[in-house]
Design a protein around this ligand. Sequence first.
Ligand code: NDP
Length: 327
Amino acid sequence: MFKAILIEKDEAGYRAGVTELDDARLPEGDVTVRVAYSTLNYKDGLAITGKGPVVRSFPMVPGIDLVGTVEESTHAGVKAGDTVVLNGWGVGETHWGGLAQRARLKGDWLVPLPAAFTPRQAMAIGTAGYTAMLCVMALERHGVTPDKGEILVTGAAGGVGSVAVTLLAKLGYTVVASTGRPEEADYLRALGAADIVDRAQFSNPGKPLAKERWAGAVDTVGSHTLANVCASTKYRGVVAACGLAQGMDLPATVAPFILRGVTLAGVDSVYCPRPERLEAWERLAATLDPTQLERIAHEIGLAEAIPVAADLLAGKVRGRIVVDVNR
Ligand code: NDP
C-alpha cells in the first residue's frame, strides 16, 4: 500500500484527497519508483482544484514531477537503485503521477538525477525550473547574448519566473523582473534582477507597437501581457513564450514580427525530446547556484499540497514548492 493524492470525478463532483492505494492499482510501465519528493507546478494547481482541464482520465494521481529511487525495472537503461527524475510526458494528466509514495512509469521518460543536485534540489527546480532553462536555451538559439540589452521576465515571482531570473542573471544578462507583487522586490533583486517593473503596465490592451526596450523576454503569462511584451521588444529581439497565467489568448497584431523582425519562440516542456531535456538538466547543473534554490523553494507535506494548490492559482505562492510525499 502507498499514500497518494487521488483526484476523482463522478456524480459526487470533482474532488482531490489523500488516500491509501494498493500497489496492484499502479498503471502500466517498465519501471517502479519509490518517490522521495514531488512538486507543485501551475498545472498541478489546475489539476488538483479542477480549474483547468488538465486531468484526462479518472481517477488520477496528480504530480507532473517526481524524483525517487528505482525499485524494479525491466527497462534496459534503468536499474534498481538508480535515482531518477521525471518531468512531464503527460504524467499527472493521463498517467498516474508524482504526488504519491510510489509510481510506475516508462523508463524512456526518466532522466538520471544530475550529480550536482540532491533529490530535494531537483524538485526545487522541477518542471518550472527546467522550463525556465528551455526558455533561456530558446533565447540563446535565436542569438540573444548579454550584450544585446535587457531581458524581461514576466510572472517573475512565480516558479518559472524565479528560476528564469536566477539563470539569466548568472549567465550575465541584465534582467528586468515584471511582478504584481512589489513586496517581492527584495527577493527578486536577491535572485539577480537589476530592475523591477509593475506587471500592470502589460496587463491591458495596448498598441500594436510600443517603445522598443527588450532584447529578449521570458513570458509565463500570455494574453495581453505577451502581446504587449512583443510590442515593446527591440528590433530582432526574441520572446520565449511558455505560460498562460493571465490567459490562453493572444490578442496581438503581426506588427512586431513583420516590422521589427521579432521572433516568438514557443517552449513546451512536456514532450520536449530527450536530448534537449538532458541538455537542459546539464545546463541547470552547470549554472544554478544551489543556495539560490534554497531562497526560491519551500517544502510542504503531501496533504498540504491540496490547499496550497489553490493558493498557487491565486498567485499567492512565491517561487517553488517541494512536496515531501512521505510526510
Ligand atoms: P506560478 O503560479 O508559480 O507563477 C505564475 C506567476 O504569474 C505568478 O506568480 C504571478 O507572478 C504571475 N501571474 C499570475 N496571475 C497573473 C495575471 N492574471 N496577470 C499577470 N501575471 C499573473 O506558476 P509557474 O511558474 O509554475 O508557471 C507559470 C506559467 O507557465 C503557467 O501558466 C504554467 O502553466 C506555464 N508552464 C508552462 C510550461 C510549458 O511546458 N510550456 C511548463 C511550466 C509552466 P507575479 O506575482 O510575480 O506577478
